[in-house]
Structure formats: structure tokens, C-alpha cells
Design a protein. Structure first.
Length: 335
């Protein structure tokens, strides 16, 4: 299980082989460490003992700290779970040859395909209930499919030759996708397009917070695969920018976060925003919903795995590709 600590003043300690959560000095919960996958701290004023940090590091349990808008500002994990140096050497070399281009193209193609599939998933329930919206979605799906075709036909010897073109095609797809989302949302919600930074509306704040939780899962998977999170391909290098995390997360935004949020808003979820930020209850519930979705099973390589496991396998697939061991294919969710 993922442990979410979202109350101001909570304390995390260790008692024998159990993680103990205390509130006002009283034990609130005890969880055996062997049952813990990840500890997410989503509130200010939470403290934890060095014993907890040590036990989590030894057991390979990451501890992630999220700000109120969902941005991870720290991840604690063991430095011994980083894979081999051979992978990182090849990752750096891959940037300058066909491998870097191919990875960037596949990351973008995976994102675009999952946008298409989520719109298909949503549209099939609108065919009878709202024929006009159904036709609009089918038209937009067709437009994105044309962009995907252009993306898949793109050829280059390195990412530097093609990044601008890939980002242009991906950006045009995103514009159509988010315009479709605007039409899908119930009238009670105002959504005037995607706002990644400084969002003050409910929908964008939900998306940003959900992506923050997903980010922590992807970042940990990349580290465990022995990859450098700052050496990406689709996203350009910049000091302090975890480009590879931002690359790999693209395949999972729609199936993990967007599907969760759109589904809950469609059901009239009692999610609220106060002074431009999600309230505590909303953040806690959204985190639980996203984690629940991460534990849902999807078809991957002809078998069923949880999305959490698929993220880990995709990170290892990137590592295998840069080592020239096998081709890389993006994760495509069903609809």
C-alpha cells in the first residue's frame, strides 16, 4: 500500500517492524513495513524519525514530499538502488545518435495515442446520450490520428534534428485534446485550457496535483532502473529539470490521472478549491483515487499488470533500449 500522510502535526516513527503514525502524541495507525510501497507526505508540519528513514531506505521504500499544489520537492531513497553505471554511460551516449531520437518519438507517440484512446473511451458513452458531442469527439480523434501518423513517419539521425518538429506535432495534438476535455466536462466546471503553472481553477489544480503524485512514481522507477532522471531526450536539458522523468510521464498522464479526474468530475465529486488551492479533503481524496488507479490492472505485453508495475517495467525498458538490448515501445492503455 501507499501511505499518505496529509495531516499537519503528524509524526512518523518506527516500532519494531512497523511504521507508526502518531497524531498529538497518540498512535493513529501502525503498518508493517513489508506492506508499504511508498510514503507520500502531502502536508506541512509532518515530522519523522531517522529510524523511519533508515528502515525505508533498507527496504527500498521511497519517501516523497509533495507541496500543496502537488509538486514533489524531495524524494528520499537509498543510493544503493540505482542500477549499474553501464546504463547511465549508454544513456548519455544515446542522446547523440538514433536512440535519442527514437525514444523521444516513442514518448510523444505514446502520449498522443493515449489521448486518442481516452477520448474514444469517453465518446463511446456519449453516442446515444449526446450525439452532437459524440460527433465532435470523433472529428477531433480523427485530427489527432492524422498528427500521430505524421509523428510516426518522422525520421532523423538524432533528437536535435527533430525535437522542434516532434514538440510541434505533440503540441497541436494537445490543443485538440484539451479542447475536447473542455466540452466533456460538466457545465458546473470552468476550464479554459491547460494551465500548468500557477493554476487557480479547480480542474487545472486537480490535474497538476494528480500529475505530481504520478511524477513521484515515475521518478522512483527511473532511479531503480539505473537511469539518470536529469538526462532526457524529448524535453531539453536545463539545470534542475528532471527531463527523463518528464519524458516517461507522458505515456501515463491520460490513463492514470486524466481518466481518474474526468471520471470523478463526471460523477459530481465534491472537490473544492479555496483561495486558489485545493482544500485538504480534496487533496487527500484525489491522492487516494490516483493511487487506486495505479493499482488497477491494464494489459501489457499480453498480460495483466498494475499500472504501478507497468511504470517500473517501462523504465527498465528505457534502460534496455539505451543498452541496445531491445526495441522500445510506449505503453498504450486500452479503451
Amino acid at each position: 500500500m501507499d501511505i499518505i500522510v496529509s495531516e499537519f502535526g503528524n509524526f512518523l516513527g518506527k516500532k519494531s517492524e512497523r511504521l507508526v503514525i502518531k497524531e498529538n502524541g497518540k498512535i493513529k495507525e501502525e503498518i508493517p513495513f513489508f506492506k508499504v510501497n511508498h510514503v507520500l507526505i502531502t502536508s506541512n508540519g509532518v515530522s519523522l524519525s531517522s529510524d523511519v528513514i533508515k528502515e525505508c531506505a533498507v527496504a527500498g521504500i521511497p519517501i516523497t514530499f509533495l507541496s500543496s499544489d502537488g509538486k514533489p520537492y524531495a524524494i528520499i531513497q537509498s543510493p544503493h538502488l540505482q542500477g549499474t553505471v553501464a546504463t547511465r554511460r549508454e544513456q548519455m551516449l544515446a542522446y547523440n545518435d538514433h536512440r535519442g531520437f527514437e525514444l523521444a518519438k516513442q514518448f510523444a507517440s505514446g502520449k498522443v495515442t493515449n489521448q486518442i484512446n481516452l477520448l474514444k473511451y469517453i465518446s463511446k458513452y456519449r453516442k446515444a446520450a449526446d450525439p452532437a458531442l459524440y460527433e465532435l469527439l470523433r472529428t477531433n480523434i480523427s485530427k489527432i490520428e492524422d498528427l500521430k501518423k505524421s509523428l510516426n513517419e518522422l525520421k532523423a539521425s538524432s533528437i536535435e534534428e527533430a525535437r522542434e518538429t516532434i514538440l510541434n506535432l505533440e503540441g497541436r495534438s494537445a490543443s485538440i485534446y484539451w479542447a475536447s476535455v473542455e466540452r466533456i466536462l460538466p457545465e458546473a466546471y470552468t476550464f479554459n485550457g491547460r494551465d500548468k503553472r500557477g493554476a487557480t481553477d479547480l480542474v487545472n489544480s486537480l490535474l497538476n496535483y494528480g500529475y505530481g503524485i504520478l511524477y513521484s512514481q515515475v521518478a522512483v522507477a527511473i532511479a531503480l532502473a539505473g537511469l539518470d532522471p536529469y538526462a532526457g531526450f524529448l524535453h531539453a536539458d536545463r539545470s534542475g529539470k528532471p527531463s527523463l522523468v518528464l519524458d516517461l510521464i507522458e505515456e501515463f498522464r491520460q490513463p492514470v490521472v486524466d481518466r481518474t479526474i474526468l471520471g470523478m468530475l463526471g460523477k459530481g465529486a465534491d472537490w473544492k478549491i479555496s483561495d486558489g488551492k485545493l482544500d485538504d479533503t480534496t487533496r487527500k481524496d484525489l491522492a487516494a483515487r490516483v493511487i487506486e488507479r495505479l493499482d488497477a490492472r491494464e494489459t501489457y505485453e499480453r498480460k495483466k499488470f498494475t499500472l504501478r508495475t507497468i511504470i517500473q517495467r517501462q523504465a527498465r525498458a528505457v534502460a534496455s533500449f539505451v543498452r541496445d538490448e531491445k526495441a522500445y515501445k510506449p505503453f498504450i492503455a486500452g479503451w
